[in-house]
Design a binder for this molecule. Sequence first.
Ligand code: EPU
Length: 338
Amino acid sequence: MNIIENYPLLKLNTFGVDVKAKYFVSINTINELIEIKKNNVFKDLQLLILGGGSNILFTKDFDGLVILNNIKGKEIIDQNHQSVFLKIGAGENWHELVMYCVDNGWGGIENLSLIPGNTGTAPMQNIGAYGVEIKETFVELEALEIASGKIVKFNNSDCEFGYRESVFKNKMKNQYIILNITLELKKNPVLNVNYGDVKAILENQNIKNPSIKDVSNAIIIIRQSKLPDPKKIGNSGSFFKNPIVNLNQLELIKKKYPNVVSYKINEDEFKIAAGWMIERAGWKGKKFNNYGVHEKQALVLVNYGLANGMEIFDLSEKIILDIKDKFGITLQTEVNII
Ligand code: EPU
């Protein structure tokens, strides 16, 4: 195992920001990680665990140790006539995993096709798209507790999943390194095609009884038409979360903006489409030097080339202030700002 000094992170974050890590190590096995821990390399160093680098904005060089979690592997640990229990290394690419499941006819994560990033970071923010979240197939994960060096299991409820939330973003933040996750996939899944765009594409293709593959293909078409490919344009997907408001707040907004796009969560909670507000506030497609707001999806901030993270961060702050001013709502970032 090789700890490298002043390591460039440009290729390790999908925003394509050119920063360096003071120290960097890539980990391929759990034993390598345990060895680093035993050698006390963690001691006194600020740590950052990197997976696919798809949900992070670096605003400066990282003055600590970046550990690239590259632990691979896929293993069926159990199955019955309904389900397959698949254990996946944290360093496996998420979309490749989805394709592997789709090709095997195992359902549950096909709506999460084409989400950038790695498998180990997926539960951290309970990735979700088109009516599905990872928490619905998630069984458990194993993680290294940094303080003790012990391997600890977290089951579904231990993870305290919420909308783009888990215990690993909150009270357990920076305390664990996720090693692998186990998902329960279905051999005869009930497919979720309720999301408007998905339904429309399947109808357009005249598909009445979609297969897992059909749903995945539809999702890929939607994502490719709306979201920039991080290999071509630097971005981290949705930069902000969709805010959740109560009925009173929604009614106040509706008085001024009767067309506001919102979704009911329960009797008193509604999610507002932040992309709609940002577009309505005039930011969609705005370009400043080498960065801006994506032209097809206002929730996505983009780096067209040489922007630094601080510029993108400043833009996000301006958007937050403007949305607060116009709609009375404070947007929260989905992306981790470092
Ligand atoms: N909208 C606009 N203008 C925009 C963007 C959106 O008016 O520029 C309105 C449209 O009316 C649209 C509605 O907002 O119907 C919802 O838009 P979309 O279906 O694109 O979804 P979203 O709420 O903007 C969320 C997730 C995405 C996920 C999609 C589909 C969050 C923060 N984002 O976006 O996740 O792919 O739903 O399920 O919840 C991500 O997390 O990185 C991500 C891309």
